[in-house]
Design a protein around this ligand. Structure first.
Ligand code: ADP
Length: 397
């Protein structure tokens, strides 16, 4: 069975074609600048990378070009489009409607459209990507939606409600949703497998990339997570402020005469590691500058690590203990230094890192000492594979 995974953004579209017989990636790529001019970057297993500037008026054009490339003599990996059994789409927001992946029907689409207000930048391009696939591939190819928010729907109400008048939860559905759910689900599942296929584990998953979120996963279910109504809260991120006192927003708006759009931009695009360091949003740059003695870069690094550590402590308390701490995404998978700093001082709760084992990058590994009661793991995330696996399961059922 071959499954195409699509992640559509406003002017981009990422894809991966999986052969589910061995869960391998046959080809993957990216369409950029859709609606502007258009560029395809395509990689097929065992072939040279292929980059071409080609007009893409809209997402349907992009999908057509992807499909043509997948069957082309030079860069293709399949004989005909009909070999693709199903398409899995990454969708950001399902509100409270879906707690797992679903076959996309008219009814499902209506629900996703209702959630546009909750994810105005993400759900519309996700919908466009789906519609483009139907337009090009026809109605008979099953299309499945895999939502970033779905995994966190198991949070109890005392974890997801905010201390605002309850009527705003009822009226606007203002509550904690959490994001990166597909990643938290994938790495917690993988960690359970690595620790002997136990299903009763209390796991804290740390997805640390440009955007970062931490989740408390008890027995395979998300019970709390650091992102909220939007992907803004949690530790400081590349450009996002993370947790701040909400009263700062109105204070700043008044003092600086900022509009809602300006203050939103400030918190999402000019804050976090970039805002604190004044140098970069990229944690490799922050690291390099801190190592050269830049005090603000060092502060950004310290704040980020402290923010993650504080949440690890909070989630251990929330679950009444922790069996494993899992690191994933760009920083979590690659940075020996950040991981070590984040668990430094957690020996009191039974988490002891093995500095030699921790030298690993980008592969599954246990990096705690043999006598560490809490296992510390590195698990590279694979949201695309998770989407493909869900798609296979939904279509199969
Ligand atoms: P996204 O959230 O966009 O998917 P990634 O998960 O790819 O991002 O993570 C990107 C971040 O990971 C960048 O800030 C990058 O600097 C950081 N990163 C990657 N490798 C390292 C490393 N070895 N040390 C520190 N940070 C790293």
């Amino acid at each position: 069975m071959k499954i195409l995974v699509i992640n559509a953004g406003s002017s981009s579209l990422k894809y991966q074609l999986f052969d589910m017989a061995n869960e391998s990636v046959l080809a993957k790529g990216l369409c950029e600048r859709i609606g502007i001019d258009g560029r395809l970057k395509h990689e097929a297993a065992g072939k040279d990378a292929y980059i071409v500037d080609t007009a893409m008026k809209n997402h349907a054009d992009a999908i057509k070009i992807v499909l043509d490339t997948l069957v082309s003599d030079d860069h293709g990996v399949i004989g005909e489009i009909g070999e693709i059994s199903a398409v899995g789409h990454r969708f950001v927001h399902a509100g409270e409607y879906f707690s797992k992946s679903v076959l996309i029907t008219e009814e499902v689409l209506k629900r996703v459209e209702e959630c546009v207000a909750l994810a105005p930048l993400h759900n519309p391009p996700n919908i466009t990507g789906y519609k483009a696939c139907v337009e090009v591939m026809g109605k008979d190819v099953p299309q499945v939606a895999v939502f970033d928010t779905a995994f966190h729907q198991t949070m109890p109400n005392y974890a997801y409600c905010y201390g605002l008048p309850y009527e705003y939860y009822e009226k606007y559905k203002i509550r904690r949703y959490g994001f990166h759910g597909t990643s938290h689900r994938y790495v917690s599942k993988r960690a359970s497998e690595m620790l002997g296929n136990r299903t009763d584990l209390k796991i804290i998953t740390c997805h640390l990339g440009n955007g970062s979120s931490i989740a408390a996963v008890n027995g395979g279910k998300s019970v709390d997570t650091s992102m909220g109504f939007t992907p803004l809260p949690g530790p400081i991120m590349g450009t996002r402020c993370g947790d701040i006192d909400p009263a700062i927003v109105t204070f700043l708006m008044e003092k600086e005469g900022l509009t809602t759009k300006q203050v939103d931009d400030l918190m999402n695009k000019k804050s976090g590691a970039l805002g604190i360091s004044g140098i970069s949003s990229d944690f490799r740059d922050i690291d390099a500058a801190a190592a050269e003695g830049n005090a603000r870069a060092a502060l950004a690094k310290e704040m980020f690590c402290y923010g993650v550590k504080k949440l690890i402590g909070a989630y251990a308390a929330a679950m009444g203990g922790v069996d494993a701490i899992v690191f994933t995404a760009g920083i979590g998978e690659n940075s020996t230094d950040y991981r070590a700093k984040m668990v430094e001082g957690l020996e009191y709760m039974g988490a002891k890192i093995d500095l030699a084992a921790n030298k690993v990058r980008g592969k599954d590994a246990v990096v705690s000492t043999d006598d560490s009661r809490v296992k510390i793991l590195v698990v590279p995330t694979n949201e695309e594979l998770m989407i493909a696996l869900d798609t296979k399961e939904v279509v199969g059922s």
